[in-house]
Write a protein that binds this ligand. Structure first.
Ligand code: GTP
Ligand code: MG
Length: 364
């Protein structure tokens, strides 16, 4: 079978909803394998429809346990769920969920659930591009719900926020200074806060701290905020027939859960769904999808240009000479770049005249 035939068959199997085809497609994307751009050209010709829910927070906060519990609830409603764990520090374990109603192992064997752990960076060091593409692939496969778990440190949370529609930031009492976590940028990305491990001491204090930080940041009063929830239920948590107005502002809720005991999970799911309704009626969902589409184009363009630049530079016949010039002080990186860039941008490497397809132009 030629590579082309193999891709065609993979696409056909994928469209028929075959799981092995999904798994192979994801492996190809992750491994940046040859043919991946031809594959994605076909697979991603669909309108994105999934609810993309990000769950981020410090290591060990219970993100996987929460994701699995949310997935279990969605399964009870008959909905399929994909879970992507990005750079997990520990695997999904076989614990009990929802107060022993479900075991995590049941989820692993449920065909309505797809769980995948992956690294955030591809071999080219492309910023989470492969992660974003894997999520797009899961959406194209038809998963109506995609949960994206990431460790909220460094910059990854911003990258993942761009991939998700809603982002929940999970904190735990023992992560100590809640405000510290906010400073690390988690506050910027939160559509809701979840204080997990509320079976431990300090949960209420952390909830209060987060609420205070939110008040400071947004300069709002606690108008209409029920003490128990931190969210204006009249505006956002309402039943479907009482949707928020187009101008309605989203009040960031601060929730309390104990994923281990299965407490607060229904509430958490309700808030995720409410946020999604909010995004839909305000038009923000389409705006986010538009930004995401722009980001994808940028991703592919930058990846190809970077690859092309690297190949052309490394194979440039005068590179050694110019490098020596920089070392000797007769050239600078800038003067060399002025000469190399036209060679990179030109379609044909040196003096040639005919158009040819350069192998460095394909991003696989
Ligand atoms: N006491 C208590 N323990 C919990 C709770 N939720 C999760 N845990 C435990 O905390 C540990 C870490 O949970 P995970 O769900 O793996 O946490 P995580 O945030 O996904 O961790 P990483 O992916 O490694 O960053 C596990 O031993 C869980 O059983 C909770 O609500 N209360
Ligand atoms: Mg985890």
């Amino acid at each position: 079978m030629t590579g082309e035939e193999r891709i065609r068959r993979l696409v056909a199997d994928f469209r028929r909803g075959r799981r092995p085809a999904l798994a192979r497609a994801i492996s190809m994307v992750e491994g940046e394998r040859p043919g991946v751009s031809d594959l994605l050209r076909e697979l991603l010709l669909v309108r994105p429809r999934a609810r993309r829910m990000g769950i981020t927070g410090p290591p060990g906060a219970g993100k996987s346990t929460l994701a699995a519990a949310i997935a279990a609830l969605l399964r009870e409603r008959g909905e399929e769920v994909a879970i992507v764990a990005v750079d997990p520090t520990s695997p999904f374990s076989g614990g009990a969920l929802l107060g022993d109603r479900i075991r995590m192992n049941d989820l692993a064997t449920d065909p309505g659930i797809f769980i995948r752990s992956m690294a955030s960076r591809g071999s080219l060091g492309g910023l989470a591009t492969t992660t974003r593409e894997v999520i797009d692939v899961l959406d194209a496969f038809g998963f109506p719900n995609i949960l994206i778990e990431t460790v909220g440190v460094g910059q990854t949370q911003f990258e993942i926020q761009a991939a998700a529609d809603s982002t929940a930031v999970v904190l735990v009492p023992e992560s100590g200074d809640g405000i510290q976590a906010m400073k690390a940028g988690l506050m910027e990305v939160a559509d809701m806060f979840v204080v997990n491990k509320s079976d431990r001491v300090g949960a209420d204090r952390l909830v209060r701290e987060i609420r205070q930080a939110l008040l400071l940041k947004h300069g709002v009063t606690s108008r209409g905020v029920p003490a128990h929830h931190g969210v204006d239920l009249s505006a956002v948590g309402a039943p479907a027939d009482e949707e928020p107005s187009r101008s309605g502002r989203w009040e960031i809720p601060v929730l309390k859960t104990s994923a281990g005991r299965g407490e607060g999970i229904d509430d958490f799911l309700e808030q995720i769904l409410a946020h999604h309704r909010h995004l839909t009626v305000t038009g923000e969902l389409e705006a986010r999808r538009q930004r995401r589409a722009e980001g994808r184009i940028r991703d592919v363009v930058e990846r190809r240009l970077r690859r092309r630049a690297r190949t052309r530079m490394e194979t440039h016949p005068r590179l050694a000479e110019w490098t020596a010039g920089v070392r000797a002080g007769s050239e600078t990186a800038y003067s060399v770049a002025d000469r190399i860039i036209p060679a990179i941008l030109g379609r044909v490497p040196e003096r040639g005249t005919e158009e040819r397809r350069d192998p460095s132009d394909v991003d696989d």
